[in-house]
Design a protein around this ligand. Structure first.
Ligand SMILES: *Cc1c(COP(=O)(O)O)cnc(C)c1O
Length: 486
């Protein structure tokens, strides 16, 4: 063989078609079976590594048909299925299958959505998708926005925009940001990355309903001003990660107005609920924010990854990120300026994230999506009610689509505080045993020292019967673990 013959020609269109059909058959088989598979395989890391094989980088290629078959089989055997009807952990949703098709289409055309010239239709689809997300959650549609990889990035981007637009010429070590104690951990990373430092994050206490205490917020702002700090931003969470609680958005917005601060809302999880008739009315105040983070890969059921930052002033993104290097020379009509997303965020080359979201908006329409979200809220309320059928389960709270509860043996129900340490331990063991069992998958919340079991419904496949299976299993495991400890 001479050298020329060894140059591979990666998948001819005919081969692509054959392999593609086969792969789609495998995936559709998986989707058909998903309800009857264990939610989680319960393997140890070493078992997974062994299944994968520990070979070094192969020098020679492999037949693509068997390669794709093997890979699909590995994924099926060794994955946690967040699309399983009894996956109710963290805030990870079931992904709409149309999103998977969208990802295939997006990567096949592979537009670079960093510049309009490189991705005319893809850029316009992203522009439209961002507007539709805003419209869906009731945010002004003349806002600016950009898709990013997830909620953390969406919040971090907003933080940077706030700091660049409001804290512009100030000494960053004097800038202070205000968040409630329930705020997600993106705030630590932002404070580190964007110069203010963690010491300049003020953790405001929450009230009995776990919402930010407005009096303490204002007092802390006033004290900081007196001490020479420059308060520049306050964050309200619309759907907290542990409990689904919504901060007093209107109240925070008034304080921001009064002290000339940026008002950001972390709606990574909860914002899509604003479109539903079951929403807490505080959601109608999303429109007051200078910026909002939304996570389409959570409650818009988009496959990972997709986050979105919305900003009320569309210029604020370019004010923060625009820099035109010499190597970007575009012939642009000043009367009809296109969007170049590299000027609106941190990324330069960008993938076509918008397509999977845009397709689900078009496929389901607003009404279809609203119905899916409402069903999740409804199911999580049912779960809360169903705990009443189980004397060993004590419900804690239901908000948005999160329900928290704990297993408490009958003889400890009158003196829970005394038994706290034991109860925390046993609930942790139940959680781990449940995750290993493959029956259902939930996560936990730690609230005022109490370890709670937490089910978050952002799953269009879950049915009421799944809630019963979950609670039955929790009690079965709890009783078993409790008996062996006595
Ligand atoms: C999930 C979540 C985040 C982080 O989002 P990722 O997509 O996981 O990066 C931030 N804030 C809240 C309120 C969340 O629920």
């Amino acid at each position: 063989m001479d050298n020329k013959e060894q140059i591979p020609s990666p998948l001819s269109p005919e081969e692509f078609k054959k392999l593609g059909y086969q792969l789609i058959d495998d995936i559709s088989g998986f989707l058909q079976e998903i309800r009857d598979l264990p939610v989680s395989p319960g393997h140890k890391p070493q078992e997974v590594r062994d299944a994968l094989g520990q070979g070094t980088l192969p020098a020679k290629g492999t037949d693509p048909a068997s390669l794709l078959k093997q890979t699909a089989a590995l994924m099926k055997e060794y994955s946690v299925f967040n699309g399983h009807p009894r996956f109710m952990a963290y805030i990870t949703s079931s992904a709409l299958p149309i999103g998977a098709l969208g990802d295939l289409l997006a990567s096949a055309y592979n537009p670079n959505v960093g510049g309009w010239q490189l991705s005319p239709m893809a850029t316009e689809i992203e522009v439209q998708t961002v507007k539709w997300i805003a419209e869906f959650i009731g945010y002004p549609v003349d806002c600016g926005g950009i898709l990013v990889s997830g909620g953390n990035m969406a919040n971090m981007l907003a933080f940077l925009v706030a700091r660049k637009n409001l804290g512009k010429d100030m000494d960053p070590t004097l800038l202070t940001a205000y968040v409630s104690k329930e705020t997600h951990t993106w705030i630590h990373k932002s404070a580190d990355l964007f110069g203010i430092g963690r010491d300049n994050v003020r953790w405001i206490e929450v009230d009995a309903g776990r919402k930010m205490d407005l009096d303490e917020l204002e007092k802390t702002v006033l004290k900081d001003i007196a001490d020479g700090f420059k308060p520049f931003m306050a964050v309200g969470t619309a759907g907290s990660v542990s409990l689904g609680v919504i901060d007093p958005l209107k109240g925070i917005s008034e304080i921001c107005e009064k002290y000339d601060m940026w008002f950001h809302i972390d709606g990574a999880y909860g914002a899509p609920a604003a479109a539903t008739s079951l929403r807490p009315l505080e959601f109608d105040n999303l429109k007051l924010a200078d910026s909002v983070a939304v996570d389409p890969h959570k409650w818009l059921y988009s496959p990972l990854e997709a986050g979105c930052t919305l900003v009320k002033d569309p210029n604020s993104l370019k004010n923060t990120f625009s820099h035109r290097p010499d190597y970007y020379e575009f012939d642009e009509d000043p009367e009809d300026l296109p969007v170049n997303y590299f000027e609106h965020g941190l990324q330069n080359s960008r993938g076509f994230r918008a397509l999977k979201i845009w397709l689900s908006f078009r496929y389901l329409g607003r009404d279809g999506l609203v119905k899916l979200i409402e069903k999740d809220i409804d199911l999580s309320r049912q779960l809360y009610t169903l705990t009443g059928n189980y004397p060993e389960i004590m419900p804690f709270m239901n908000a948005l689509s999160i329900t928290t509860f704990a297993y408490v043996p009958m003889e400890m129900q009158q003196n829970r505080t005394e038994n706290r340490e034991y109860l925390n331990e046993i609930n942790k063991e139940i959680l781990f045993a449940l995750q290993y069992s493959g029956t259902a998958y939930i996560s936990n919340a730690l609230i005022d020292g109490d370890y709670l079991l937490r089910a978050c419904l952002v799953n269009f496949r879950t049915k009421e019967e799944d809630l019963v299976i979950l609670l039955d299993k929790v009690v079965e495991l709890g009783n078993k673990i409790h008996l062996t400890q006595k």
